[in-house]
Design a protein around this ligand. Sequence first.
Ligand code: MG
Length: 301
Amino acid sequence: MSVALKAFSYRSHEGERAGLWVDGALFDLTWILAEWPEASERDLPDRATLLDLIERGVFNLPFLQEAWDFASKTSLAHKAKLPEDVDFLPPVTRPQKIICLGRNYAAHAREGGHEVPSEPIFFAKAPSALIGHGHAVLLPPQSKRVDHEAELAVVIGATAKAVGEEDAWNYVAGYTAMNDVTARDLQKQDIEKGRPWFRSKSFDTFCPLGPWLVPREAIPDPHNLRLEMRVNGEVRQSASTGEMLFRIPRLIAEISSHMTLYPGDIISTGTPQGISPIHDGDVMEVEIEGIGTLRNPVRAG
Ligand code: MG
């Protein structure tokens, strides 16, 4: 009988560790892998993180299932159980790059007063903006309007250079939820002056990611998922990932024709309509069908 499996990263007193979500319960995957004889044959370090698994090409559903089968047949599963309130880190804590899509849903392009693009619009977000599930987004004093943006994010699983659309899925490790938090007033000023969007997207804490990294094999069609943003329980954004203008294979092909994508790099696929401002004390939730819910409170910075 197969079980539903997702991975996550968390902080223990020993530093970053990998975790495994099994039908709602949390387990220390780093420990399971250290005890699992098969893992030593895969050249994994003693304290493997999720990025270690991705870089060694073993972050996939069969590998996670085998590791869990080993743990559940021994007393290890019981010993490796974690409390529900672990300190979540982003699934990948140090990606080389975070590449985002601008206006990749037609209705969102129109709500911003823009034309629907005829080719993908890429921009970057600083990896230093990353935070995990449960951590607070801090409102910077320089901005008077900060918005949420619910997005489906892709984590790259293998080095990708000039990859064709037909091969692109082979370079996906899995999927997670992202909130592309944006200082809208600063972004608007920069657009008017013909400047890049980088600063308005990259304040510290402006990139909540996670909590779960769901292996590619567990999501047969990432373009048929409900994507929702709730603020204090009220639905602000609700769409299907099928509404994306440019889909994941096209994005990987286009980006990898310009720059090499490395394991752990993140591509966030854009936000649907319904962006709105957030305030001190709000709680934001990005929920993606089959992936899970990313929750972050908002605090004055
Ligand atoms: Mg966005």
